[in-house]
Design a protein around this ligand. Sequence first.
Ligand code: SF4
Ligand code: SF4
Length: 83
Amino acid sequence: MPVAIIRPNCTSCEDCVDVCPTKSIFRGVDRFVIDTDSCHACGICAQVCPEDAIGMVATEGDKEASPEKPAPEKGAGRPRKSQ
Ligand code: SF4
Ligand code: SF4
């Protein structure tokens, strides 16, 4: 699952803090930061940011589930029951 990250152009306006349903956005040293462990990638913060300072990035788990390795189809490989 991707997570949200805040870029250096954040102006610390705090608009994103109030809308985050998991309270994952905190004031950092020079800009706001996101706790990627609790962020569930809803994207609401990115929608409200007036500076376009929030982006969604892939995590290691996303690479494992990439299209190069598609999950097997449901029921694939199972013998069919004859009636
Ligand atoms: S993507 Fe959703 S959960 Fe993650 S920081 Fe933004 S508002 Fe919060
Ligand atoms: S809404 Fe955007 S500019 Fe405002 S604090 Fe959040 S990331 Fe920074």
